[in-house]
Design a protein around this ligand. Structure first.
Ligand SMILES: [Zn+2]
Ligand SMILES: [Zn+2]
Length: 262
């Protein structure tokens, strides 16, 4: 039995817990150490089970609490070479840290963590696929302008998938963001829209993904309901049945005390 818990998920902070039988990892540490500690506690999760923190990229919504969290608990930090360099440059690391570059994959205890490269406006961003100690697979795939075939393949092999559903295109276009920022978000190195995400979901379910989680929603250009309905509509039109073929949920911006058992 493995567990995935969204501690935080949105443009204002991201962190996920994935683990089983006393062995776990955190993907990203994008809120303060204190907030992450509190979110862990409210889910009855033990920081001592966390073997490493894997950082997807250097944007602050993914690494804000990293420095304090990693040093307080002596947790090793993994990232791509490009991300590690940017973390270093931004003072997010501490020389006492145990840091390691992840090339393709790394084994920690009985877990396997694989890197999945994502197209985003960061130095060398990636998502992660985690095979837990009991052989279950979960993936975090957010912060990507488009769905690349390799990312699609990686998601298809999982029991649980957190996939970005960042914005509603119409809300973004008619919203208050300045034009260059709108263009950045919509670009191939920006963020995945609700509709681009929704179109992918039936394929994931047919490939065996049981639990779908929509993640990294924009606070300005999306709502949980719009993201959920866009995804559900696509899945239903494809002939798939909610709570029979798949489960669907929106990752809460801040933890709601519920995780996914898979
Ligand atoms: Zn982000
Ligand atoms: Zn980002």
């Amino acid at each position: 039995m493995a567990k995935l818990v969204t501690l935080f998920s949105s443009s204002s902070g991201n962190s996920y817990y994935i683990g089983s039988s006393g062995q776990a990892v955190l993907i990203d540490a994008g809120r303060s150490c204190k907030q992450i500690e509190q979110a862990m506690m409210s889910n009855n999760l033990d920081m001592r089970a966390v073997r490493a923190i894997f950082i997807t990229h250097e944007h602050s919504d993914h690494c804000q609490g990293l420095r304090v969290l990693a040093s307080r608990y002596g947790i090793p930090v993994y990232a791509s070479a490009g991300t590690m360099e940017e973390l270093e440059r931004a003072g997010r690391l501490d020389s006492r840290f145990n840091t390691d570059i992840i090339e393709a994959k790394v084994s920690l205890g009985d877990m396997l963590i694989e890197r999945i490269d994502t197209p985003h406006d960061a130095a060398e961003s990636c998502g992660y696929r985690v095979t837990t100690a009991d052989g279950r697979k979960a993936v975090i795939a957010t912060d990507m302008g488009v769905m690349l075939p390799a990312v699609r393949r990686a998601i298809s092999e999982c029991d649980v998938a957190v996939v970005e559903s960042n914005h509603d295109v119409n809300m973004l276009l008619s919203g208050p963001y300045p034009y260059p920022l709108k263009r950045r978000i919509l670009s191939d190195r920006g963020h995945l829209s609700n509709i681009a995400c929704a179109e992918e979901l039936p394929g994931f379910v047919r490939a065996g993904v049981k639990h779908l989680v929509l993640g990294h929603l924009s606070s300005e250009n999306n709502t949980p309901d719009v993201a959920y309905q866009t995804a559900l509509c696509s899945l239903t039109q494809a002939g798939l049945v909610l709570n029979s073929d798949f489960t669907l949920q929106v990752a809460p911006k801040e933890t709601n005390g519920k995780g996914i058992i898979f």
